[in-house]
Design a protein around this ligand. Structure first.
Ligand SMILES: [Fe+2]
Ligand SMILES: [Fe+2]
Length: 241
């Protein structure tokens, strides 16, 4: 349901935004390229702990393809850019550290590649720039291959279909939590600002009234003192030179 809503938003907003603002499109493509490069780096880390020669071959092919995808996106970004574009300064999480992490890694790769593949199909239809649409289409085909290869190697590594399914569900849950965290951050920020604004608007006048009421006698006494000693009053109000 969330992905359907997201697809609807992309199909509606993306063609107008990308055509009217090439620099925005360039920044988005740059980010896609960075994500692809990160995928390549993650597959490279997986080779370091993989033992099975077939798995190592598959991982190496993915490394090459992910860096190729990154190159396509970065090239398209620089072709469209009307100004300087830079990579976002985002922290990176290493997905695999030990051979025991391989099942979780392959499950996560399978789920992520599937999500990327279906998102890229939507972007290919919606972006409105024929050359970029071709890039999305071509990459989507290869992501689909990564998705199915990750799943078949997962079944081998897990030892049974049941264990593989369990790892896939775990990966889906992990991605779901991460998606909610990403969504909750800006929504949480907005809620904080809304609560702060309401508190300020409601409590501000009340506190002002209360302060006025408690300072009333003091102000009254000061006024009476000024009436008795205008010289003191003017001395206070005249700044020292
Ligand atoms: Fe890719
Ligand atoms: Fe991929």
């Amino acid at each position: 349901m969330f992905s359907d809503f997201r697809s609807l938003v992309v199909r509606t907003a993306m063609p107008m935004k990308w055509k009217s603002d090439p620099q925005h499109a360039a920044r988005a493509l740059k980010r896609f390229g960075d994500v692809e490069a990160d995928s390549g780096w993650q597959y490279l880390q997986a080779i370091r702990v993989a033992v099975d020669p077939d798995l190592r071959r598959m991982l190496f092919e993915n490394v090459v393809e992910e860096f190729k995808h990154a190159g396509y996106f970065h090239q398209a970004a620089h072709t469209l850019a009307t100004g300087r574009i830079r990579s976002a300064d985002e922290p990176r999480t290493l997905l695999i550290k030990r051979p025991e992490d391989m099942c979780d890694f392959l499950a996560f790769a399978h789920v992520s590649e599937k999500a990327i593949h279906s998102q890229f199909d939507v972007y290919a239809a919606a972006c409105g720039i024929p050359a970029v649409s071709e890039i999305f289409k071509n990459i989507s085909v290869e992501e689909s291959g990564h998705e199915s290869e990750a799943h078949s190697h997962l079944k081998r590594a897990a030892g049974s279909n049941r264990a593989a399914s369990l790892a896939v569900w775990k990966a889906r849950f992990k991605r779901g939590v991460e998606a909610w965290k990403r969504l909750a951050e800006p929504v949480g920020g907005l809620m904080f600002h809304a609560i702060f604004a309401v508190t300020f608007l409601v409590l501000g006048p009340l506190l002002k009234q209360r302060e006025k009421a408690s300072l009333g006698p003091i102000i009254h006494r000061a006024d009476r003192t000024n009436e008795r000693s205008p010289a003191l009053s003017s001395a206070i109000e005249t700044p020292a030179l």
